[in-house]
Write a protein that binds this ligand. Structure first.
Ligand SMILES: C[S@@+](CC[C@H](N)C(=O)[O-])C[C@H]1O[C@@H](n2cnc3c(N)ncnc32)[C@H](O)[C@@H]1O
Length: 269
C-alpha cells in the first residue's frame, strides 16, 4: 500500500516538534548501529547524503564523531528539515548542511555525487527497492558506502502492537522488506554487503493505560494512513486484548533493528 508524498509530508510536518527516532523506542540501538558504521567509513569519504533525514538524528551522530563530513539532508517534510538544521547547528555551528526538499523515490543528483549514503527507518517509504538501489548506485562514488537501518518485516511480529492490532500489522507487513531481501537486492544492484546485523531492543510502558494511550495517539505513519473506520475497529480489539491479556504494569514490547552496510563494487578493478 502506497501513500502520496503529500500525505507523508503532512504527517511528518505535524509530528516534527515531538519526533524522536522510533518515537519512544530506544535510540541506543540506532546509535550502536551508527557506531559500527563509523568503523567502515574511510577518512577520505566525506560527502554524505542522508535520505529521509527526519530531524537529522542519525546524521548528527555521525557529524559528532566526524566533524569534517559535508552533509546533504533530503526529506519531503519542510518541518523535519528545519528540525534537522537546528539539531546539526548544535553539533557543528560552522558546518552548515545542505537541505533538500525532495522525494527519495525520485532522486535528482548527478552521478558520483556522494561518498556515503545513509537512510534510517525509511525503507517502508520506498516504492520499489530495486529501482531505488539502482538510483543509489549511480549517485554514490566507486567504493562509496551505503548504510540502512530498518525494521525487518519479520521482526514486526515481535512487537506487541503488531500482535494485538491485526489491521495495522497487515498494512505494515505489506510495506516492509526483510534483511535477506535487502541483502539480495543490494548484490543484484552491484553492491557488496560488508556488514549486516540485527540489534534487539525493548520498549517499556509503565501501565496498560499508557500503552493504550500511546497507540491512540497514532504514533506511526501506518496508523495515520489507515482510514478512521479500520483504525477504530482495530483499536477496539487492541484495547480489549490489552485489558484481558497483559499485566497491569510494566509492559514490555520487544523489537529488533536491522542494519546493513554495503559498498559500491567497481567492475574490472
Ligand atoms: C521514520 S522517519 C526517519 C527519520 C530519520 N531517518 C531517523 O532515523 O530518525 C522517516 C522520514 O522519511 C521522510 N520521508 C518519507 N517518505 C519520503 C519520501 N518519499 N521522500 C523523502 N522523504 C521521505 C519522512 O518525512 C520522515 O522524515
Amino acid at each position: 500500500m502506497h501513500y502520496s508524498i503529500r500525505q507523508i509530508a503532512n504527517f511528518f510536518d505535524h509530528v516534527s516538534d515531538k519526533y524522536q527516532p522510533f518515537t519512544r523506542y530506544s535510540t541506543d540501538v540506532l546509535e550502536q548501529a551508527i557506531n559500527e558504521f563509523l568503523k567502515f567509513m574511510r577518512s577520505d569519504q566525506k560527502y554524505l547524503l542522508d535520505l529521509g533525514t527526519g530531524n537529522g538524528y542519525p546524521a548528527s551522530r555521525l557529524l559528532a564523531k566526524r566533524p569534517e563530513l559535508r552533509l546533504s539532508l533530503l526529506d519531503c517534510s519542510d518541518n523535519m528539515l528545519l528540525a534537522a538544521k537546528k539539531i546539526l547547528a548544535t553539533i557543528a555551528p560552522d558546518n552548515v548542511p545542505t537541505t533538500i526538499r525532495g522525494d527519495l523515490n525520485n532522486l535528482k543528483f548527478r552521478p558520483d555525487s556522494f561518498d556515503i549514503i545513509i537512510s534510517c527507518c525509511t525503507l517502508q517509504f520506498v516504492r520499489n527497492i530495486k529501482v531505488f538501489l539502482c538510483a543509489l548506485r549511480s549517485v554514490v562514488r566507486p567504493y562509496g558506502k551505503l548504510f540502512f537501518a530498518f525494521n525487518d518485516r519479520d521482526d514486526l511480529k515481535m512487537q506487541l502492537i503488531h500482535q494485538l492490532f491485526p489491521g495495522f500489522n497487515a498494512i505494515e507487513q505489506a510495506r516492509h522488506c526483510t534483511l535477506k531481501e535487502l541483502v539480495n537486492l543490494l548484490q543484484i544492484c552491484g553492491f557488496s554487503v560488508v556488514h549486516q546485523r540485527r540489534l534487539p531492543y525493548s520498549l517499556f510502558f509503565p501501565t496498560r493505560s499508557s500503552f493504550v494511550e500511546f497507540v491512540a495517539s497514532k504514533p506511526f505513519s501506518g496508523f495515520a494512513f489507515m482510514n478512521e473506520k479500520s483504525f477504530q475497529k482495530g483499536f477496539d480489539v487492541f484495547r480489549q486484548t490489552v485489558s484481558e491479556k497483559l499485566p497491569k504494569q510494566n509492559i514490555v514490547s520487544k523489537g529488533r533493528l536491522s542494519f546493513v552496510i554495503a559498498e559500491k563494487l567497481v567492475c574490472g578493478r
